[in-house]
Design a binder for this molecule. Structure first.
Ligand code: SAH
Length: 193
């Protein structure tokens, strides 16, 4: 079988998340932005599935709505303008997959970035609602201002997860000439807790 290895961080995140998206699955795009991951999730969960797409920017939500309608996938996506730190309340159900793609929206106002505290709380909220066997991807960018503090929060939080219940992998672009993104792949393994 020919395997096409992905070159970009977001593509690796999709490779990791995909096995958690059976037909009828429930998934969250925690940083919906321009909607590319939302489209990927909506396409993968099938007609009986549900995707919650969260973003704090009204503009992002409007763009995604158009994109989903053009793709005929609007009916299986719930668009939420809000902060992912309140994900458990906003989504109100357990889920099979959550994707975080942090930083700022490319081509938009770079002052609206994800931040250390809301990102930490968002990941904690995702950990509360993820089903056994479910997967969480976190793509952290490290080049922009404030990104070091955010990367530190993510690293510390995920290092502390009990290996009895969670498996966590970290991936870097080792020979990158700039600031490598940091990818975290979390699987909820245990049945309890
Ligand atoms: N840097 C990435 C894109 C990140 S988009 C890339 O290169 O592909 C990050 C998105 O998160 C933005 O659309 C922003 O509006 C959103 N965001 C920021 N803080 C948020 C929060 N607390 N809750 C939900 N979305 C948030």
């Amino acid at each position: 079988m020919l395997i096409h290895l992905p070159g970009r961080a977001v593509q690796w995140a999709r490779v990791f998340i995909h096995p958690a998206l059976k037909q009828g699955a429930t998934a969250v795009d925690a940083t919906a932005g321009n909607g590319h991951d939302t489209l990927f999730l909506a396409g993968s969960v099938g007609p009986g599935g549900r995707v919650y797409a969260i973003d704090i920017q009204e503009e992002a939500i409007g763009n995604i709505k158009k994109r989903l309608e053009a793709a005929g996938l609007g009916d299986r996506v719930t668009l939420i303008r809000g902060g992912h730190q309140e994900m458990d309340r906003l989504v109100g159900t357990t889920v099979d997959a959550v994707m975080f793609n942090l930083g700022y929206l490319p081509g938009s106002d770079q002052s609206v970035t994800t931040g250390p505290d809301t990102t930490r709380e968002g990941i904690k909220a995702a950990l509360r609602i993820i089903n056994p066997g479910g997967r969480i991807s976190v793509v952290v960018y490290t080049g922009h201002r404030g990104s070091r503090a955010e990367a530190g929060e993510v690293a510390n939080l995920l290092a502390c997860l009990d290996p009895k219940y969670y498996s966590v992998q970290k991936m870097l672009f080792w020979n990158s000439r700039g600031h490598s993104p940091e990818l975290y792949f979390v699987t909820r393994t245990g049945n309890e807790k």
